[in-house]
Design a protein around this ligand. Structure first.
Ligand code: NAD
Ligand code: NAD
Lengths: 206, 206
């Protein structure tokens, strides 16, 4: 099994390759990627070596080929259907972000607030929350984003999992109990701020 | 140096202790915390042992004492002044979230858009971006949140660091070059979605 931090760095390398690709660069050295991503040259080579032998010593990596290969490894080379649960502050910000650039297509949103049902934000319609399972299954959705209050998170996850979802990204600060081998990933904004607070304290203690 | 994952789990234990504290619970066993946070009992005990000997074998931990101690370790026992740069989709969602519950007080926001300058969101006033350094220093701000487009992230970080900031939490998907020993933490929403995509692919490959 690949360490999660390697996968995170692959995503960072991909972003750097996008920037170089736009400039028409055809060859990239591991040293260049390392510098753009603020990691060591040997780490870049080690990360990429998990996936086969790309570069020629001293010449560098063929950029379009490397980029295509990482997109494939991450499963980003095909469109993934996504739904969003909870059209509040965070949900609204997510509906307005261009996730399509990486082949994530948010095709529906759900909310319990009757005042939000029927709205269309950035081309995405809001449906009533009780239709979550039914539409997830009918539309063949793979990923569900949870942006509901913590007390509604498990219930919302259950509705998505009943609809056959494969992965969940949750913003609610509460652990979700997975079912049927569903993958759960978290974005914990408040926790990141608390870790930052600890690190600042730590610097002061030294 | 403490592993970052231990600090992340401390934040999770704190959330569980908050829930139990509201119910008036006075004693908590490591097994209970482990169950609420979906980790093993031995991991809870190992994490807490970094900070001294809290619990008595078989009796459990004194909840108010343990909670107070973790708040102290994380530096959450005193108010931390925060500013937000970029009042767009993400920035607006952050201004509306009750960070005060953990002693983070957002006291000012900054934006380059003249249409946003002068607005007051959730009691927080928006100032022009060129005042970032001056007000950060004058108000003695410790933490800066960056929610500007990627191409403006380094410049915004430089303004915060010139103003004497101690830590930065950035939502922009670009590595920031730190100066004067400033701590930088990231929230990478798009990267979390890409990691989720990889994990889903991985499950299919097995
Ligand atoms: N806003 C932030 O900066 C921030 C920071 C940290 C954590 N979070 C977490 O992210 C989540 C979303 O936060 P927010 O600020 O957008 O909250 P919010 O209150 O603005 O929005 C929540 C939305 O979910 C809807 N909802 C409630 N129950 C539902 C259900 N069962 N099914 C579908 N929709 C439901 C509500 O009608 C509302 O529109 C919360 O769990 C919060 O703790 C947010
Ligand atoms: N919205 C999302 O779901 C999401 C997802 C992933 C990543 N992000 C990242 O988070 C950041 C914020 O995203 P957003 O969707 O809120 O963007 P946005 O475009 O809605 O908001 C950006 C705000 O920053 C302001 N701004 C621009 N330059 C500035 C400067 N130099 N100083 C101060 N303010 C400045 C703009 O006027 C605008 O109000 C971006 O870097 C984006 O890539 C957002």
């Amino acid at each position: 099994k690949l360490p999660r931090n390697t996968i995170r760095r692959l995503s960072h390398y991909l972003r750097c390759l996008d920037i170089l690709d736009l400039k028409g660069v055809q060859l990239v050295k591991s040293r260049e990627l390392a510098c753009m991503c603020r990691v060591s040259d040997s780490l870049v080579r080690r990360d990429l070596s998990y996936f086969g032998d790309f570069g020629k010593k001293g010449v560098g990596y063929n950029l379009p080929e490397l980029r295509e290969r990482i997109l494939q490894i991450m499963g980003l080379d095909k469109v993934r259907k996504v739904v969003l649960c909870g059209v509040g502050n965070i949900g609204t910000a997510l509906l307005r972000y261009p996730f399509k650039e990486r082949n994530f297509e948010i095709i529906a949103a759900f909310d319990t607030d009757p005042g939000k049902v029927g709205m269309v934000i950035n081309g995405i319609r809001v449906y009533p929350a009780e239709k979550t399972s039914e539409l997830t299954r009918e539309l063949g959705v793979e990923i569900g984003i949870i942006a509901v209050p913590p007390e509604a998170a498990q219930r919302t996850a259950d509705l998505l999992m009943e609809g056959g979802i494969e992965g969940i990204l949750s913003f609610a600060l509460i652990p979700i109990e997975p079912k049927n081998d569903v993958v759960i990933q978290y974005v914990e904004i408040a926790t990141e701020l608390e870790i930052l607070s600890f690190e600042i304290e730590e610097r002061k203690r030294r």
